[in-house]
Design a binder for this molecule. Sequence first.
Ligand code: NAD
Ligand code: DAO
Ligand code: ZN
Length: 369
Amino acid sequence: MDVKAAVAYAAGEPLSIETIQLEGPKEGEVLVEIKATGVCHTDAYTLSGKDPEGLFPTILGHEGAGIVVEVGEGVKSVKPGDHVIPLYTPECRQCKFCLSQKTNLCQAIRATQGKGLMPDGTSRFSVNGKPLYHYMGTSTFANYTVLPEIAVAKIREDAPFDKVCYIGCGVTTGIGAVIFTAKVEPGAKVVVFGLGGIGLNVIQGCRMVGADRIVGVDLNPSKRSIAEQFGMTHFVNPKEIRGDLVAHLIELTDGGADYSFECIGNVQVMRQALECCHKGWGVCTIIGVAGAGEEISTRPFQLVTGRVWKGSAFGGARGRTDVPKIVDWYMDHKINIDDLITHTLPLNQINDAFDLMHHGESIRSVVLF
Ligand code: NAD
Ligand code: DAO
Ligand code: ZN
């Protein structure tokens, strides 16, 4: 079938809006009509050429929501008409990783997903007979996409696509890191580095679980008011701190953070995020994705004396199980998504969404099909 898509032909080039071809779902796959998609930092990272896994030409996008229109042979968990959120972290419930209950990193289709292909090793997208790569197993910058059955979360039908698409990455990554990865408890003192589309969701997750002090750190002072709206209690702009930032944060948190979160992707900040943690128990969760080949460092004594470094992908959420619950939290007004979606655009203006992100003018832009 013909579909309308934003094609990334090469790193560093704007996306090209055109009609391309999509093959129907094979065994174990579903065809989904994408109704809305967020534009995330990770799409920009891959488009920039810095992503070592980045393949071109491709259809980017991994933060969508839509409706199942057709299912391939053997698909049992969803049917045409179901509303779904695509999952770049699938949940097969059968692999060693899923069965371990220790991680959300299902490996059932990891090898082919990382190569930009469907599980049978081929692509469903093409243009003029030439294949295009899939991206993160989702490719939501097209009005139709094909996904493995294990990579869709079925959601309630009254949830608005233009809002809940953000649960496909940013909301779940931020709130999930607080709840599923760090397991922040009521009364905790928290430091959040980076108040963008991820960090603001970490902040609302911390407020939701009853954290006592929520310190936000950002170089951009314009992030202060929205972060306060989402629960930040203290704002720190590193440019305004005379002396050592880490010492200042330790003082602000009465001896160090119980939990810190790095939501930038900067390896120097990752060190600060660990070292501002409380001696003996402070846990630092890395969410930001650093540039290819970059490394983190600290004095090992920081770990010997009880600080812990951990990481979180997709907020530690098991997509098919947890995403529908997060949609419920939104529909029950337990979390705020609306105020984080600062721009909505049609597909033919998708490149503007990247510009808004690069200029720090948006929290999240959503493309409507
Ligand atoms: P963003 O650009 O919206 O936000 C980053 C914020 O950090 C901005 O407000 C910026 O002003 C601030 N900042 C930059 N450098 C800083 C510094 N040195 N000190 C303090 N503040 C600084 O980005 P985002 O969409 O929130 O994404 C954040 C990171 O999370 C990215 O690296 C992204 O790739 C990653 N990410 C990870 C996952 C995951 O599952 N782990 C999922 C999605 C995104
Ligand atoms: O299982 O090895 C694996 C890879 C899982 C990929 C997790 C990606 C999370 C970070 C990338 C940012 C996503 C928008
Ligand atoms: Zn699995």
